[in-house]
Design a protein. Structure first.
Length: 394
């Protein structure tokens, strides 16, 4: 495949797409098994969300440092190191003697898994430009979603057998690290002045970049997008089991359903871009995700019609995700791409962390149906705020 760095093997691109899919294993794989893990360690519904939030917190804390190393040490070394941390920490969780140790190892795992999507995004940004970059970003987003089709299914099946098997699956990250060690070239800048710049100079340049309004806005888009995702991922399984009487396997199917439609729409990113600018695409995506949450409390208990909400959510995610992925790489200065993309992903993990914390707190006072309605309004209002500049322009 022809790129800005010459011809690159299609197998290398495929490995990058798989790396991106592994970057979402932290939530999608574990979420269907949260009720089972909760019973195994005798923790409450309010506490079980910490299994996801501690890993996203670790990711949010470590990503700015990871971004610095992506730009200064190299995309290849950082990507392989992150895969190894993710894999070995995940395997260690199988032997956790108590809930506290499990949470600690999830924190360590979060440090590793945090770098996977940023490395994949940064390398794609290095290799491609224009419509080709949007197309490949669509493939990345689609692969992440396609992986999420299989990952929640796998998580639901494994959880129904033994919760420890969920974490055994993280061993695949170690296998991927071995393949990348032999096949992935370094695509980062060879400018020794960039690599030799002091951390203070680098941070100063990064802050100047973050002062640009367009860059700040896309960071907030990332946070809202993944707040909505984790509001669904963390509490949908609980809602389906408690309020509708479904089992863990159906919870995995539900998450996989939205992921399938997300992958389908993401793979058509360039087609949608012919008719809608980036603001309109993002607004449409957020609006559809909001509608999903507004509909969830309206379905009759035990009704399979609830599947329509998953489809609507998946379509919205598949439109919004590649749009903002592509935009952040377009806005990033070449010598700061790794760090800007890392902070973009930091905001993603901030959103992931806030969802279970805020919703868990709200559940102390409100019914989950009311919480879903409130989350739906967040999506609708954010969509309106996103499209407002275009509306004023007309």
């Amino acid at each position: 495949m022809k790129t800005r760095h010459g011809n690159i093997s299609g197998s290398v691109i495929a490995l990058l797409l798989i790396m991106g899919a592994f970057g979402v294993m932290g939530g999608g794989l574990v979420a269907p098994g949260l009720p089972t893990i909760g019973r195994a360690f005798d923790v409450s519904e309010e506490q079980i969300g910490l299994v996801l939030s501690v890993y996203t917190l670790a990711a949010a804390i470590s990503l700015p440092v990871t971004g610095y190393y992506i730009d200064h040490v190299g995309r290849r070394k950082v990507g392989i190191t992150c895969l190894l941390i993710d894999g070995f920490a995940g395997l260690a969780i199988m032997f956790a003697p108590n809930y506290s140790i499990l949470l600690f190892m999830r924190f360590v795992q979060g440090i590793g898994i945090a770098g996977l999507v940023p490395v994949a995004m940064t390398v794609i940004g290095d290799l491609f430009s224009g419509d080709t970059r949007l197309k490949v970003m669509g493939y990345l987003s689609g692969t992440i979603s396609l992986g999420a089709v299989l990952i929640p299914l796998l998580g639901g099946v494994l959880a129904s057998i033994d919760w420890k098997l969920i974490f055994a699956a993280y061993g695949l990250s170690i296998l991927l690290a071995i393949f990348l060690f032999f096949l992935l070239p370094e695509t980062g800048s060879t400018d020794t002045r960039v690599k030799a710049s002091s951390p203070l100079d680098y941070i100063s340049s990064l802050f100047l970049t973050l002062r640009i309004r367009k860059v700040r806005n896309i960071m907030i888009h990332s946070m809202i997008l993944y707040f909505l995702l984790y509001a669904l991922v963390v509490y949908l399984p609980v809602y389906l089991i408690v309020s509708h009487g479904f089992d863990e396997i159906f919870s995995g199917v539900a998450l996989a359903c939205q992921a399938f439609f997300s992958a389908l729409m993401a793979s058509r990113a360039t087609f949608i871009a012919r008719y809608l600018n980036w603001r309109k695409r993002a607004a449409l995506g957020f609006a559809l995700m909001g509608i999903c949450f507004l509909l969830l409390p309206l379905w009759p208990p035990g009704s399979y019609s609830i599947g329509l909400s998953f489809i609507i959510y998946g379509v919205g995610m598949g439109i919004a995700s590649p749009t903002i992925y592509n935009r952040v790489t377009r806005l990033s200065p070449p010598d700061l791409t790794g760090s800007v993309v890392a902070i973009f992903n930091t905001m993603k993990y901030v959103g992931m962390t806030l969802a279970p914390l805020i919703i868990g707190l709200a559940l102390i006072f409100l019914d989950l149906r009311l919480v879903f309605t409130a989350v739906g309004m967040v999506g609708i209002l954010w969509a309106l705020g996103t499209i407002l500049p275009d509306m004023v322009r007309f």
